[in-house]
Design a protein around this ligand. Structure first.
Ligand SMILES: [Zn+2]
Length: 340
């Protein structure tokens, strides 16, 4: 039996899928992880009832977590990206899995600030001074955890700094969410470019022209220089996504991501053009369940649970990712108490 207020929760677990791809350039100098997440961000904005500013922040973090999820090797690998700040949004958190599944929330979905001087949604201002923490669980004894101070709170800059400082990884992150005047999500997407390790990547040393002496630069350095130019000249992600969607109305979603890849790198010299390795899905899905919520109830301890049973006689817990509510009556709570 559903209470009136719960009808809107009936469609919680509908999954929404976005297309992503992994590409590597011909010289094996860098990898590209690219996705269009318009539908996924729209779903998250609907569930969390976010303001445009809230949609922009949550959408960027979700898109990044989705991309970082598919960067991991195993389906069981999991990572959490948490932006915490003194600003009115307070916290934006997302969890991504090796499978491409992703979920997230913003502590204050109703966050609202004036636009920046450039007329943009002020995601950096909504977070303010704070930290970015990334927790990676790749099946080792202890999960890996890295924390850095926020660079700008604009998400992409902070993640670029995180990769450099915490993972000694040269990368470039671009993320974008465009909110329409009617508050719908017009376009959303993201890209992470990751430089391959210096000594690996499949380029035989003998093939690479020497960096010294004759004034030639190595293939890798050439790739870096060409990439830097592409990144510096790149229009906002959402402008590109908008343009491609409008000019290719008949294209499938994965077709659009491929066209986006071509568009972003069209000015790159042929020898550095990225080629698609793999197509992936990034999917909004919350994996909460009654069993998990029961386990959470057990962790509060005998004393507190006894208090709840005696004083409230029931409990209602809400999943912070999908906002689904779980009710426990007195008998059920007593059953849980016996298991502690
Ligand atoms: Zn949930």
């Amino acid at each position: 039996m559903f209470l009136v207020g719960e009808f809107r929760h009936l469609w919680y677990n509908i999954s929404v899928m976005s297309k992503a791809l992994i590409a590597v350039d011909k010289s094996r100098s860098f990898r590209v992880y690219l996705t269009i997440t318009t539908d996924l961000v729209a779903e998250a904005a609907r569930i969390h009832d976010t303001t445009p500013l809230g949609s922009a922040g949550l959408g960027r973090v979700l898109t990044a977590a989705g991309l970082m999820g598919i960067m991991m090797k195993n389906p069981t690998d999991k990572l959490t990206v948490s932006f915490k700040g003194e600003g009115p949004a307070r916290q934006i958190l997302a969890t991504g899995y090796g499978t491409g599944k992703v979920k997230g929330y913003i502590a204050n979905p109703y966050v609202d600030l004036p636009l920046t001087e450039a007329g943009k949604l002020d995601v950096g201002g909504s977070l303010g001074l704070g930290d970015l923490t990334v927790i990676k669980d790749i099946g080792l004894k202890e999960p890996y955890m890295g924390t850095i101070a926020l660079v700008s709170g604009e998400i992409a800059d902070d993640l670029t700094a995180y990769f450099y400082i915490s993972e000694q990884q040269n990368s470039s992150v671009a993320l974008g969410v465009k909110v329409e005047p009617d508050l719908s999500i017009g376009a959303a997407g993201g890209m992470i470019i990751q430089m391959m390790p210096e000594d690996g990547g499949g380029v035989a040393k003998a093939d690479a022209p020497a960096a010294d002496g004759d004034g030639l630069i190595s293939i890798r350095e050439g790739a870096i220089q060409a990439l830097e130019k592409v990144i510096a000249d790149m229009p906002p992600m959402t402008t590109l996504i908008d343009e491609i969607a409008k000019n290719n109305k008949a294209a499938s979603e994965s077709g659009l991501v491929k066209l986006l890849l071509e568009k972003i790198f069209e000015e790159l010299p042929e020898e550095y053009k990225p080629e698609v390795l793999e197509e992936r899905d990034i999917e909004w899905e919350c994996d909460c369940s009654r069993e998990r919520i029961e386990q959470a109830l057990m962790t509060i301890g005998r004393k507190d649970l006894t208090e709840i049973i005696e004083e409230e006689g029931q409990a209602e817990l809400q999943c912070q990712f999908c906002l689904r509510k779980y009710q426990f009556n007195k008998e059920e709570l007593e059953g849980i108490l016996e298991l502690i």
